[in-house]
Design a binder for this molecule. Structure first.
Ligand code: ZN
Length: 528
């Protein structure tokens, strides 16, 4: 429950509530005109590997592998890494040197970071009841990282799941930036006329961060201005963390790249149930894990939600015709590590550390196509982008509250036989646990409360099953104390003795039994 986020939120709220054109907002934009850092050159190679063993060697070498197709790997090589690549003796072709020539492609129809800020401001003016936007932090070159929130009544905390798209963590993969902006426009402009979109916006908090690496996009580089691959810069299980933020693990943002630290804080604060980050260089939906210690590149690293992730990934891939028809990936989806191992990515961090269902979507084999093709990409991905996020509305949801006070409790939600937890929100205590059709045993826990169980919850396809939970801290009579009076009331209930005070003695959800007595004893002794 260690959440050192309030300072960051307070710092960003200043922009969040200000109308466009406000002086403070304008100052924030002009503050970006410091001398930008341009990173030293990086050479992009296509490397022909002799066999699968060489692929494992490459992925363990520390070189930055960006794509694998058969035995051909795309590798980004910094100047000081040239000798390492050469030492392997594999045939390698230079396909690009980054940074590229000055922004010639940017002006040809791709929208830049200032364009995004202006567009968000315009939408805020046009749709004040549907969106808010903010800068979640700054890039190395002091550019704002702009995010927009779209939902009905955006200032109201409501019982809705939060979802997001994040794009262009790699600056040379800007298709997703454009698709994100078109996706926002779709939601905003069809709200009120398209019933499906209206229902989705009413029932969901949708966040979009179209450009996570604006310096990279300006320089036409994969990396940020510190020459770091941001999708290799997130905390790594089990090197940097072994539990979760909820369980008291530190966020671990100190010393990270500024774009990564900003996204970490924002992501943890929002508590996204379902998300994706958008790339280019291949065409596939890639799902967790990208990495399990001990599993080598090319082998599947299976996560506890594997079937759910395959289902979610197919919701996207089946609606993108060329992705689904892939000759490289069956049905256009892949386990991350089965494709190639990736350590320090956003996807695995958000799933393992925050309990967020997160996939990586590769939109095109061409990383930076002509801007005149963007409308075609949009038409091929529009339905898929919508269907993927809509999938958040399946499984089990509800409110977790203190059963005496009725206030919301931020809880840890576990599904029996699944080792990865998910988490409810603070404030209202709402939780959203997407699940495929089936029967599940769930439990909810929170510091200071007795863990509550509900068994045999029936979930049907593409529907939400509501299970509201009242957690007890052992104070069954609600007098503000957990003591022998509470204990006696529970004992009486277990023994079937009628009592002057009627209480709900089933504090653990498994019927009125000796386990309730033990639970209240533990709370009275402060061992809960
Ligand atoms: Zn990428």
């Amino acid at each position: 429950m260690n959440r050192p986020l309030s300072i960051v939120l307070a710092a960003t709220l200043g922009y969040f509530l200000l109308p466009a054109g406000n002086l403070t907002w304008a100052q924030a934009v002009t503050a970006t005109t410091t001398v930008p850092k341009t990173p030293p050159p990086v050479t992009v190679y296509e490397v022909d590997l002799p066999d699968a063993a060489a692929l494992v060697t490459l992925t363990q070498s520390g070189l930055d592998v960006a794509n694998v197709e058969g035995l051909t790997a795309t590798v980004y090589v910094r100047e000081d890494e040239q000798g390492l690549l050469a030492s392997f003796g594999w045939p390698a072709r230079v396909v690009e040197i980054q940074p590229g020539p000055a922004n010639e492609k940017l002006v040809n129809g791709y929208r830049s970071n200032p364009d995004i800020a202006a567009q968000f401001a315009a939408w805020f003016q046009a749709y004040p009841n549907l969106c808010r936007y903010e800068s979640i932090g700054k890039s190395v070159n002091n550019q704002d990282l702009w995010a927009i929130k779209i939902t009905q009544n955006p200032d109201t905390v409501a019982d809705k799941p939060s979802v997001c798209y994040i794009s262009t963590i790699h600056g040379d993969e800007p298709i997703g930036t454009d698709l994100c902006l078109r996706f926002c426009e779709l939601l905003l402009s069809y709200y009120g006329t398209d019933a499906g979109i209206t229902a989705f916006v009413n029932s969901t908090v949708i966040w979009v961060l179209p450009l996570m690496n604006p310096d990279g996009m300006d320089n036409r580089t994969r990396y940020n201005a510190n020459n770091a691959d941001l999708n290799r810069s997130f905390p790594v299980y089990a090197t940097n963390f072994t539990t979760t933020l909820f369980d008291g693990e530190r966020l671990g943002d100190a010393g990270r790249q500024p774009e990564v630290a900003a996204v970490m804080n924002w992501y943890a604060e929002q508590g996204f149930t379902l998300a994706a980050n958008l790339h280019a260089g291949s065409q596939v939906v890639n799902y967790p894990y990208d990495n399990i210690p001990g599993v080598s590149s090319g082998s599947s690293a299976i996560c506890p939600d594997d079937a759910l992730f395959q289902n979610l990934s197919l919701r996207y891939a089946t609606l993108n015709v060329s992705m689904h028809a892939s000759t490289e990936f069956t049905n256009g989806i892949t386990n991350g590590c089965a494709w190639y191992i990736l350590v320090g990515g956003l996807q695995d961090w958000s799933y393992r550390f925050l309990g967020s269902l997160h996939v990586t979507i590769e939109l095109s084999y061409t990383k930076w196509p002509s801007a005149i093709t963007l409308n075609g990409y949009w038409l091929n991905n529009r339905a898929a982008m919508l269907a993927y996020l809509k999938a958040v509305h399946m499984g089990v949801r509800g409110l977790v509250t203190d059963r005496v006070t009725g206030t919301g409790v931020e809880s840890k939600v576990m599904v029996q036989d699944n080792a990865e937890p998910m988490f409810g929100h603070p404030g209202l205590g709402n939780y959203h646990r997407p699940l495929l059709a089936g029967t599940y045993n769930l439990s909810w826990s929170a510091p200071g409360y007795i863990t509550y169980h509900v068994d045999n919850i029936a979930v049907t396809s593409d529907t939400e099953t509501r299970v509201d939970v009242g957690l007890s801290n052992g104070d069954v009579n609600g007098d503000g104390q957990v003591n022998s009076v509470d204990l006696q009331l529970v004992i009486n209930a277990v023994l079937g003795r009628t009592s002057a005070v009627t209480v709900d003695a089933d504090v653990d959800g498994r019927g009125v039994t000796a386990t309730d007595v033990q639970a209240v004893v533990n709370m009275a002794l402060n061992r809960g």
